[in-house]
Design a protein around this ligand. Structure first.
Ligand code: AHR
Length: 489
């Protein structure tokens, strides 16, 4: 067992960790919305106005801060008027992106925004730039948010909602370089400017780059220099275990080597945050425009026998480590990263909950979000660890960590150990700290362990009493393949 030396300086405050970094994404894709979030009022599955009760309770406990909807690629095919009015009269369409299935539009604007109110989160609505019109987009925003007298607010009232909803963020297109229209950055920027002109909203998020497309970021920032009409610029990056989109790798059956290469691929997020951040700094040194990582997570092959267009995968202890690394990176870069949205909330990709009929499981990723939630709205403080590399030919630090102090003065340390071979003795010094007590929770299991419907608690956080706090010294053993959350008071 090696010893790793660590320093935490609570007096060195770095940036506020926006709660939106712990955001989610829900698309009309597979069983995310239908079956996962929404089953309809007449379902035998216990529900509140059609929303699954078990899922609502699980999400409320996580304190989900913001939810992005309706896509994803689906957003650029979505015509919002199809999803309002009496459900039985709504247009049925084909979900051309995801499995070619019938979309009956029974979950539309009202259902989404009421759901956000029910679980207590802010709404982030992605407008259709790819196949919609400026008028359609502007009218949707008016329908949702205006309290004036207008044809759209009249229509909203006729459909049963008197007061406008609060919609904090509006996305202008999704992956406009790909499924959102195959655009160049200059062409997108022309359209963005046109749309933003007619959309009266202060929380506009421009469609940002695909992974390492720094030219996209540069073009958008340069062309809006001096007059930033955007609150944020998005970034999408998925962890593909093999690095090969054609054969991504399994979510349940993978070797140690693949475990490590997956985590190395996840750490690539650090380079993306640094380089896109530096590109944005060229034009926006005051960091007025947030980097919004509104799709991230592991993307594997689907579970055998499921619809390939539904992107249903399992979630293991490997996913927990992936979530910990990404959340620590977002915290570390919270001077620029203002929001992040895991893809996706339920039953799709790196989901926090999975459902099957009446049953629901909380995934290992859910538990990491739960263990990290105290970072929301806290202040990131300086921390450093003498890390160890796990691979010879690829960057893969064994440990990731972040430390914040909340409003009441409590310190929150989250730390993960990706090694499958070695526990680490962490020897941490906290100068000028004055904390008196420590409590901790740990998440650990063999690396392929999943929570299944028959064994839903295989990976669960447990109380951890191995932390010793003695004046300015904090010591603990960090087990292999684990995530630990420590609170100091
Ligand atoms: O999250 C699944 C898909 O991944 C989204 O629809 C799209 O934006 C991205 O390519």
């Amino acid at each position: 067992m090696s010893q790793l030396k660590m320093t935490i300086d609570r007096t060195n405050e770095i940036s506020k960790i926006n709660k939106e970094i712990y955001g989610h994404f829900a698309e009309h894709l597979g069983r995310c919305i239908y079956g996962g979030i929404y089953v309809g009022e007449n379902s035998p599955i216990p529900n509140i106005n059609g929303y699954r009760k078990d899922v609502v309770e699980a999400l409320k406990a996580l304190k989900v801060p913001v939810l992005r909807w309706p896509g994803g690629c689906f957003a650029d095919t979505y015509h919002w008027m199809d999803g309002i009015g009496k459900p039985e009269e709504r247009r049925k369409i084909v979900n051309t992106n995801w499995g070619g299935v019938t979309e009956d539009n029974s979950f539309g604007t009202h259902e989404f925004l009421d759901f956000c109110e029910l679980i207590g989160c802010d709404a982030y609505v992605s407008l259709n730039l790819g196949s919609g019109t400026v008028r359609e987009a502007a009218e949707w925003v008016e329908y949702m948010t205006s309290s004036n007298v207008s044809p759209m607010t009249d229509l909203r009232k006729k459909n049963g909602r008197e007061e406008p909803w609060k919609v904090k963020y509006i996305g202008i297109g999704n992956e406009s370089w790909g499924c959102g229209g195959g655009m160049s950055p200059d062409y997108y920027m022309d359209l963005y400017k046109q749309f933003q002109q007619f959309i009266g909203h202060g929380g506009k998020i421009a469609c940002g780059p695909n992974a390492a497309d720094y030219n996209w970021t540069d073009t958008l920032m340069r062309r809006s220099y001096g007059y930033f009409q955007m609150k944020g610029l998005s970034l999408h990056y998925y962890t593909i275990p093999t690095g090969d989109w054609g054969k991504k790798g399994s979510s349940v059956d993978f070797s140690k080597d693949e475990y490590y290469s997956t985590l190395a691929n996840t750490w690539y997020m650090e380079e993306l945050l640094k380089r896109h951040g530096a590109t944005m700094d060229k034009y926006d040194i005051d960091k007025k425009v947030g980097l919004v990582v509104d799709e991230w997570g592991i993307w594997t092959d689907v579970i055998d026998g499921t619809n390939p267009g539904f992107l249903y995968q399992q979630n293991s202890m490997r996913d927990a480590i992936i979530a910990a690394i990404n959340l620590d990176l977002f915290n570390e870069h919270s001077d620029r990263v203002k929001m992040a949205n895991i893809a996706q909330m339920v039953n799709v990709l790196q989901a926090v909950v999975l459902t099957e009929g009446e049953r629901m499981v909380k995934t290992p990723t859910y538990h990491v979000f739960d263990m990290y939630k105290d970072h929301m709205e806290s202040t990131l403080v300086y921390s450093h660890i003498e890390n160890k590399q796990l691979l010879e030919n690829k960057y893969l630090p064994a440990v990731s960590q972040s430390v914040s102090v909340d409003e009441s003065g409590k310190l929150h340390l989250t730390i993960s150990n990706a090694s499958l071979e070695e526990d680490f003795d962490i020897d941490c010094v906290l100068p000028r700290s004055g904390f008196k007590s420590a409590t901790a929770r740990i998440l650990t299991a063999p690396y392929t362990t999943c929570n299944t419907f028959d064994n839903p608690e295989a990976v669960e956080p447990k109380a951890f009493d191995g932390v010793t706090l003695d004046g300015e010294s904090l010591k603990f053993t960090l087990p292999k393949c684990s995530v630990l959350a420590i609170e100091l008071c």
